[in-house]
Design a protein around this ligand. Structure first.
Ligand SMILES: [Zn+2]
Length: 189
């Protein structure tokens, strides 16, 4: 519990009280599993705090690297009028800002619920090393969230999805991409 309170006091929260930068220093003798459970419990605690704010759905996330919390967040979809303001995305954004980098190699994402495809993709783009989650996509579906449906949609061809995605051949569309690929100073991500 002491560790959790420490995280609560020192972690960076991208919620109503966001902005206070802090770091979580872990005891060296804490077994890995307990450590992961502690961070995951923190993510769940954030999901509970989101209920008090009314800012969005009951989801929380923590990004940790080298045993230190880089960022914490809860879902702010409603408050931010932003369908992408999921806890994991906000935590990844904040973690990247905190280290001034667009990738987070070696970091771990703890999420109170199995990440939706968008958040999973964000974790991949950020080069997150591993993800731990507590509740499942099926449990999210049971309370009205469509995470499980989104995973099913992804397995369908684009033109058979509920939101069809179809290619239109367009002259010159590839030109900016070709030019970028030839830039000597391009930054791959
Ligand atoms: Zn998500």
């Amino acid at each position: 519990m002491a560790r959790e309170r420490s995280a609560a006091a020192g972690g960076r929260v991208a919620g109503v009280d966001g902005g206070a930068k802090g770091r979580y220093h872990c005891a060296m003798n804490v077994p890995d599993l307990s450590l992961h459970e502690a961070f995951l419990r923190r993510a769940v605690e954030l999901s509970r705090r989101s209920l008090e704010t009314g800012e969005g759905g009951p989801f929380g996330a923590v990004v940790v690297r080298d045993g230190k919390v880089l960022a914490e967040a809860w879902n702010r979809v409603v408050a931010a009028s932003d369908p992408t303001a999921h806890a994991e995305v906000l935590a990844i954004r904040e973690a990247c800002r905190s280290v001034a980098d667009f990738q987070l190699p070696g970091s771990i994402l703890y999420s109170s619920c199995e990440p939706c495809p968008m958040c999973l993709s964000a974790a991949y783009w950020a080069r997150v090393e591993r993800i731990y989650y507590a509740n499942t996509r099926e449990e999210a579906a049971a309370i009205g969230f469509c995470d499980a449906e989104l995973y099913r949609e992804l397995s369908l061809p684009g033109d058979r999805r509920r939101v069809p995605a179809m290619r239109l051949n367009l002259d010159g569309a590839f030109e900016p991409m070709r030019l970028w690929a030839e830039l000597p100073g391009r930054i791959l991500y």
